[in-house]
Structures are given as C-alpha cells and as structure tokens.
Design a protein around this ligand. Structure first.
Ligand code: ADP
Ligand code: MG
Length: 763
C-alpha cells in the first residue's frame, strides 16, 4: 500500500490540474498538503489596492464598482473594463472578447456590488494599474463542488490565499485541497511528532492541523495549526541534531589531559610569559575546553566571542595542552591573509616556545614546539618543509586555510582542530573532518559573528557552545558615523580625519565593495553596475537581493560602487594625504604581495590600506584606529560589525565612517543607523534578523519549494525552539536510533537531503 501522501497528483487529479500544480513544484498529495497558505484574507475586509506594486502577482478581495463593455476602436472585438475598489483605491480589470457576446458571461457576473477574489499580475496602462484577464471568483455565487471555482463556502470564514502562479490561481489550489481534505483520514498522514510529545505540548495531530491550515473556521484555528507546524519543524530538526550529538558522544577520541600542576610544559611556560592577565571569560572557557580535551570523547565545541574578545589566546592554550600531551593541533582560517597572520601572531605569542628543533630551541631547558604555515600558494620548497614538519610531528601547530582538510596533509598525531571565524563551518565540513583521522580529533569552532542563541541551536545544534562576552579592559571604544556620499565637505573632512590619525602614529583602513572600477561604466550611463562574482572577494551577504535599492527598483541613477583600484589612485593624489604611503590589499593579489601589504600596514610603513572585505575577519593590528567603508549600505550588519571590529583594538579610540548614499526610510539606512547606535554584536545580530524578516515572513518562504524550515522564525520562535529541543533530546535518549519512532526517523531522513546551509545563507 502506498501512503496517501505519496500519491502522485496525476493520479489524484485530472491532467490539467496536476500539470498546473506541478508548476508550483508540487508532485504528490503530500506536497500539495504542504503548500501552506501565505496568508488569510478576511472575507469582511477588502484588500488594500493602493499597496499593490506593478509586476507583482496578486490575489485581492475587492468589490466591483462599475463595468462597461464597448467595441474596440481599431480592431474587431470588444473590450470590457471593470473597475474594482477596496472602498478607497481603484484598480481596473480588462477583458478582451472576439465580440460582445463572448463577454456576455463576464457582463452577467461582474455587476456593480459583486465581491470576489481577483488574481493576476499587476500591469500599468497609461499610468493606471490594472489586471489584464484576471482570474476571478465571486462570493455568494452558486458554486458547484466539481468545478474549479468551488470555494468561499461561507462568507465568514477566513479565505486562504496561496502562493499562486499564472494559470493556477489561489482558489484553484484551494479547490484541489478541498478534494484531498474531504477524504483525508488522520491515519493517512504520518506524524513525526510522537503522541506523548504532542499531548504534552497540547498540539493537534498532523492531519487535523493540515485541515485547520487549509480550511480554518476562524483565524485562531489557522494560527493554532501554524504553531503546531512550527513546533514540528523545530522538533524534527532538533531530533536530527540530538542524534548527531549522541553519535558524537559515542565516538572515541584520544584524551589529551593537561599536565599535572607543577610539571613543566609548554602551556605552563606560556601562561607564565603572557604579558596580560586573562579575562574571567577566557579563563572560564579555557577550563571548560581543558576538561573536555581530557576526555576520551571528541570535543565538539563552538566558541562565540565578541569581536576582539581574545579568542586566539583561548585557542592557543587549548592547542598547547594537546601539544604537551604529545599531539598536534591544526588551526584553520577562512583566508590566506588570516592564516598568515595567525602564524605570525602565534609565533610572536610563543616566542622561544616556538623555536622547537632549532638552535634557539636547544638553548631552552623546557619543551618547545614549532608553528608551521601551510597555504595553497606556498612555494614548492616551503611547502615541502611545512608538510614534512606536519607529518613528522615536529610542528605541534599547523596553520592553514580550509584546504588543509581536503589536501593530502599528513599529521603525525592530529589531536585538535581549531576552526577560526567560521560561522559557516557546516555539518558537511564537520563530517569531512571526522572522516579524516582514525579517531576523531577534538574540534573547536570559533566565531565572532554573534549568533543569537536560537540560531546557534538551530545551525550548530550538534555543538556545545561557550561564549566570551567581555572584551579585555582598557579598550577605548569606537565612534561610528554615517557619512553621506558625494558631499564634498564631509569627504574632505573624512580624509583630514584619516590624516590626523596617521600623524598620531595610527593606521586607517579604507574598505571598498569591489576591486576593479568598471571600465564600460564611468557612472555617466547611470546604471548601477551589475558586477560579476569575480569582482568581489566575498559574495555572501553582499548585494542583498531583497534590497529595494537594486537596479530596476528606482535606483537607476545611483553612482557605481567604489572600487579598490580607483580609490587607491584617488587617495594617492588627495592633498590631505600628501606624503602618506597608501597600500592596497585584495583577494586577487598573489599571496606574497598580500602578506607584504599586511606587513607594511601593520608596521606603519603604509599606514593607510585600501582593501576589499578581505580584512573582514580576524585581522588584528592594534594601532589601527580608523576605518572608512564605502558603499556601506551594501553590506549586511554582521559584515559591517566584523569590519568595524578591526579598529579600536588598542587603547586609542576607534572611528568608523560609513559612507553611503542610502536614503532615509530604506532597510539599508536602518542597518547603518543601527550600526551607529551600538557596538554590541548580539544586539546587532538580533536586529539584523528582525530587519531581514520584516514583512510577511510566510510570504518570504512562499516559493512552494519544500524547505525544511518554512514557518519557523528563529527569533520570534525562540521559546518554541527551546521546548522542541528539550522534547527531542528526551525522545532521542529514549530511543537513540529512533526505532520506536519510525515516522520521526522518516521525517529526518527526508530532511537530510535538504540543505540546512541554504537556510544559513538566507539568514
Ligand atoms: P578575536 O576574539 O576577535 O579573535 P583576538 O584574539 O584577535 O580577538 O584578540 C584581540 C587582541 O586582544 C589581540 O591583540 C590580543 O593579543 C589581545 N588580548 C587577548 N586577550 C587579552 C587580555 N586578556 N588582555 C589584554 N589583551 C588581550
Ligand atoms: Mg580572531
């Protein structure tokens, strides 16, 4: 027996209906049941016509105000024009007929006062918004249940409005669902939420919830059903994560306990040599990590730390514990620039402790080790040496990019992997890593991108988390100012300020959104440049497609994005910066040039650095105090927060200038405003999520594609996610392989294919 929900729509419906539904990506009865209404229209209230936008596919509830039919002037045929209203605004509907008679049916039905649903794509004709040949269905009309337009059973029930497409209006979807729901038994619908969980939560069975979603008697009923579906989404995901945690907990790892107190070792020597005292947070997280490394089970920990909170030291201390225990540690960075910096920083922090195997090391009485840097662009000789040091175990610490995982790098005894600045180090990479060794190495993932707790639970739910919330004392803070682009006075002042910083012995970053100025586009053509991926170092988050400031949405007269290569030329000729060396850094430069640029900046030889977002994460130059970000409105909040985190790391106050031509009232402007108001990363992250999920959240998830998280909102549903997590943990504890909960196991399997990362990209 095949399950009812697996039944193909071709079998359940006639070919035309099945094909039309297929256009929405719906193939089975289950898909159709999972095509949730985007919203519900109140049958007593008309839709807001003034809010409709040209080009939008809409379904509106409106009343006919007037209808006229006249012969076409230049052609044969007749034209019917119907004006509908919401009581305030009007919209015209046009229908063409071969002759008057062919419009007779419409004439009879679309009489003034008639109320109904109309659907179509909003067009513009001579300045008036209109729908051409809209599909429609009228309230109170005799509807025979076999027809496509069977709907509006009661004029008082909420009308579900579905994500629709041309040729398949909302009420046809509703009609199709009616056919399915009429004969749907509770037992036809597998429920991944076990009965006891469902009852404890006071939730309806899945089939009942589907009925309520698609045919609610009241809005409250629909919302209750939505709540149940949200819980289910959270529950299935959390159960999958709980299973992962359970599996990890059952894996073997080599215990790397700290040396007994008093026994000399690299970690003890390092602690003794630290020029500062650890913050309470660093000490506490350090103890947590130390204890976990000492267990014969792989550590899987996420360390979240505010920008500048000092994660590197925490990681280094963990690595040294492993080295003291005879193992090796790998530190992975997202970029080569960052990997090179880490190697430099670690060597500097370790001093003679990193001279193992050399003459200097031999002069030391205690133990020592080496830090090897292994990146893709290393010369053949250096590369061979680094590989050798990793394979022989001579290098206790190997620093590289993620390529380190995929390449054939041999370790003598890899005990710990630290992944820096990777909030996108997803499940797949974690699995790849686990597959690498005979036994799993311990894993520490670090991110400065503040992740709201529930997002962390959703995305990193299989990791334990620690947080560093305080930054070391003695930092002077950052002032952030939004600067209108193209304002000469502000621009002059900006460079004068940068000059003041330089003269005081400090440094300034200048960040541009792209590398090359566009040759064909000098700004005169007036088109915002459609740049290609290779123009950028970093695509995620950038050029937010949801941003209304994109071309085609009224932003055609915006100047093109500022580019690194153009800005560097400009700065080299600015009188304010006369005599100041201006450096360049972007992802397309060869690696040795990148290193040289970073070094010149760090040393002060070139105290102004024009760069792309390659400096976004992790770069640590304490003397850097100023940052100018061009086209700041084009970056996401978390990216701006990361960028800004590069300055104000020392005892001098930081200054961040966000240059943009964003207009007040736009989401882009709201982002910049938020940036000027707080430096608290967690606040910003929450705000970011709110700004992004503004509008109809369900509408955003409406495409009809089955994504595992469709109704769940990670900020608003925080409480629900917590409940689901607890319930899921209980269920998995009771039946680790879920044999007692086959329907849950099925749901997890079905979801495994769907990429959770996709969700991350969107948030
Ligand atoms: P992030 O957490 O952003 O990666 P880093 O590890 O780069 O931060 O640390 C930022 C700066 O703070 C570094 O220059 C580091 O040496 C310094 N630092 C770290 N811990 C302390 C501390 N306890 N006291 C003073 N400075 C510290
Ligand atoms: Mg860092």
């Amino acid at each position: 027996m095949t399950d009812r929900v697996d039944e193909r729509l071709e079998r359940a419906f006639d070919k035309r209906t099945a094909t039309a539904l297929g256009k929405l990506g719906l193939k089975t009865v289950g898909d159709l049941l999972g095509h949730y209404p985007r919203r519900y229209a109140d049958p007593g209230a008309l839709s807001d016509i003034a809010a409709l936008e040209v080009g939008e596919h809409v379904t509106i509830l409106a009343r006919v105000e007037q209808a006229t039919v006249r012969p076409m002037r230049n052609r044969n045929g007749a034209l019917m024009e119907v004006v509908v209203t919401d009581g305030t605004s009007r919209l015209s509907l046009t229908f063409f007929g071969k002759h008057r008679g062919s419009l007779y049916n419409h004439e009879k039905r679309l009489v003034p006062g008639a109320k109904g649903l109309f659907t179509g794509t909003v067009g513009l004709y001579r300045g008036t918004r209109q729908l051409t040949h809209p599909d429609f269905t009228l309230m109170g009309e005799e509807s025979d249940l076999d027809s496509d337009e069977a709907l509006l059973e009661h004029a008082t029930k909420p009308i579900p409005i579905y994500p629709a497409a041309a040729g398949i209006p909302s009420w046809k979807i509703q009609g199709a669902l009616r056919v399915v729901l009429d004969t749907l038994a509770d037992a036809d619908v597998p429920d991944p939420v076990p009965d006891e969980v469902r009852e404890r939560q006071g939730l309806p069975v899945r089939a009942a919830a589907l009925r309520s979603l698609h045919r609610p008697a009241t809005l409250e009923e629909a919302y209750r059903a939505r709540h149940r579906m949200r819980f289910e989404e959270a529950f299935v995901l959390q159960a999958a994560l709980a299973q992962r945690r359970a599996r990890t907990a059952a894996e073997d790892a080599t215990a790397r306990p700290p040396l007994p107190a008093g026994q000399p070792g690299i970690l003890a020597d390092f602690d003794a040599s630290l020029p500062f005292t650890l913050t309470d947070g660093q000490r506490q997280v350090g103890d947590e990590v130390a204890a976990e490394l000492a267990r014969p089970r792989p550590m899987h920990r996420l360390l979240q730390g505010e920008v500048g909170s000092g994660k590197t030291v925490v990681a280094l201390r963990a690595m040294l514990q492993v080295v003291d225990a005879g193992g090796q540690a790998a530190l992975l960075a997202p970029t080569e620039v960052l990997a090179a910096q880490h190697a430099r920083t670690l060597r500097a922090l370790l001093g003679p402790l990193a001279d193992g195997g050399t003459l200097f090391g031999a002069e030391r009485t205690g133990a020592s080790t080496r830090v090897a840097l292994l990146t893709g662009s290393l010369g053949a000789k250096a590369r061979k040496e680094a590989l050798l040091q990793a394979a022989s175990g001579e290098a206790g610490i190997v620093v590289g990019t993620h390529a380190l995982l995929s390449e054939h790098v041999q370790f003598a005894d890899l005990g710990l992997v630290v992944v820096d600045e990777q909030h996108r180090f997803g499940v797949e990479q974690r699995d790849a890593l686990r597959a690498k060794g005979r036994v799993s190495p311990h894993l520490l993932v670090m991110t400065a991108t503040p992740i709201p707790r529930t997002v962390a639970m959703t995305v990193f739910g299989d990791l334990e988390t620690s947080s560093l919330t305080e930054v070391p004392a003695g930092r002077a803070g950052i002032t952030t100012v939004a600067v209108p682009a193209g304002n000469v006075r502000w621009t002059d002042r900006t460079w004068a300020r940068v000059r003041e910083e330089v003269d005081a012995g400090r440094r300034a970053y200048v960040v541009c959104a792209r590398i090359h100025p566009d040759d064909e586009n000098d700004g005169k053509s007036g088109q915002k440049t459609k740049a290609s991926a290779k123009d950028f170092d970093d695509l995620p988050e950038f050029l937010d497609p949801a941003d209304p400031a994109e071309p085609g949405a009224g932003a055609a007269d915006r100047p093109p994005l500022r580019a690194v290569l153009e800005v560097v030329e400009e700065l080299r000729t600015r009188p304010e910066l006369a005599g100041v060396e201006v450096g360049v850094l972007h992802g397309q430069m060869p690696s040795d040039q990148k290193d040289a640029a970073m070094a010149a900046f760090a040393s002060g030889a070139a105290p102004v650095l024009v760069s792309t977002t390659v400096v976004e994460v992790g770069v640590d130059v304490p003397e850097a105090t100023a940052m100018v970000i061009f086209d700041a409105d084009r970056f996401g909040i978390s990216q701006l927060h990361q960028l800004r985190g590069r300055v104000g790391r020392g005892s001098d106050p930081g200054l961040c200038l966000l240059v943009s031509d964003a207009e007040q009232g736009t989401p882009a402007y709201a982002r910049l405003e938020a940036m000027t108001q707080t430096t608290d990363g967690f606040k910003l992250a929450n705000l970011d999520l709110e700004l992004r999920s503004e509008g109809d959240v369900l509408g955003a998830a409406q495409s009809g594609r089955a994504s595992s998280l469709r109704l769940l909102r990670v900020v608003k549903d925080a409480g629900l996610i917590e409940e689901a997590r607890t319930a899921a943990a209980d269920v998995v504890a009771a039946s680790p392989d879920l044999t007692e909960f086959p329907q849950l196991a099925d749901a997890i399997r079905a979801q495994l294919d769907e990429d959770q990362e996709e969700f991350l990209e969107r948030t």
